[in-house]
Ligand binder design. Structure first.
Ligand SMILES: O=c1ccn([C@@H]2O[C@H](COP(=O)(O)O)[C@@H](O)[C@H]2O)c(=O)[nH]1
Length: 277
């Protein structure tokens, strides 16, 4: 299991809290890779080789694989097998359903004997409540990452509705913290919502937060760190398109590395400023 302490140690060792998002779109990958039997895996493999020392996590987004049916699933499984053991491997699937159905999704993504994959963590929608999440938390060595305040414009539709416990996203965190095995819950908070991090830390002072939205979506890493970092860092910041599509030529892996390195260097400076390293 990737424990909390292991994550903290990895952050200190790699001087990074970067998660590279594997949102691999065949329309955007370099032309020459299309001659390979599994172009998606070939692309991911080279991105992973080019970035593994600069990040602590990888996050394939399930949609980019499921779109291709059986062959996409095969690319996802091949990618999962290739992901480095020292990185937290997150499947960004955003599932959330009735308990018995959630149990099936949990098997699909967590139990290698079912579909051939066993990710360390999965993103989940909390909308259907505790029974939608608990089947995943029953896996003692896995993390669940609950959508709290997303980076999307549509976050305003529901997540800021007021409840007796504050905004809906605040109520989600307060409630989820009461569930069994809540010590293995992380929350998704978008980098585009950086000023809300102070608020989020009131309810989730120690939880790791998965933060998408830097890079292509324009969120500020400096602001995320300013408002959201805790004493152990407590952040896993994702960037997908800005890294993996930094170039679509022969040099795509080198360009991805250069982009990841820029973010890692900024992260190192933030970790130093906070006295974490
Ligand atoms: O609030 C959210 C939750 C998830 N995401 C996902 O993260 C990546 C972001 O990709 P970029 O290319 O760096 O924008 C993508 O998989 C999203 O589905 C998010 O952006 N916001």
């Amino acid at each position: 299991m990737i424990s909390r302490q292991y994550l903290v140690d990895q952050i200190k060792q790699k001087k990074s809290f970067l998660c590279v998002g594997l949102d691999t779109d065949v329309e955007k990958i370099p032309e020459f890779l299309k001659a390979y039997p599994d172009p998606i895996f070939e692309f991911n493999k080279r991105i992973i080789d080019a970035t593994r020392d600069l990040c602590i996590s990888y996050k394939p987004n399930a949609a980019f694989y499921e779109k291709h049916g059986v062959s996409g699933l095969q690319s996802l499984i091949a990618t999962w097998k290739y992901l480095p053991a020292d990185c937290l491997n997150i499947i960004d699937a955003k599932r959330g359903d009735m308990g018995n159905t959630s149990g099936m999704y949990a098997k699909a993504f967590f139990d290698e004997s079912a579909a051939g994959m066993s990710f360390d963590a999965i993103t989940l929608s909390p909308y259907m409540g505790h029974d939608a999440v608990s089947p995943y938390l029953e896996y003692k060595d896995k993390w669940v990452i609950i959508l709290a305040l997303t980076s999307s414009a549509g976050s305003k539709d529901f997540q800021y509705l007021t409840t007796e416990h504050g905004f809906l996203y605040e109520a989600v965190i307060q409630k989820a913290n009461t569930w069994a095995n809540a010590d293995r819950i992380m929350y998704v908070v978008g980098a585009t919502k950086s000023t809300e991090f102070t608020n989020i830390r009131k309810y989730a002072p120690d939880n790791f937060l998965l933060v998408p939205g830097v890079g292509a979506q324009g969120g500020s890493l400096a602001d995320v760190c300013h408002y959201g970092m805790n004493k152990d860092c407590g952040l896993i910041v994702n960037a997908s398109r800005s890294i993996i599509y930094a170039s679509n030529g022969q040099d795509f892996a080198e360009a991805a590395r250069a982009e990841a390195l820029k973010i890692q260097q900024e992260m190192q400076a933030e970790l130093e400023k906070a006295g974490i390293i």
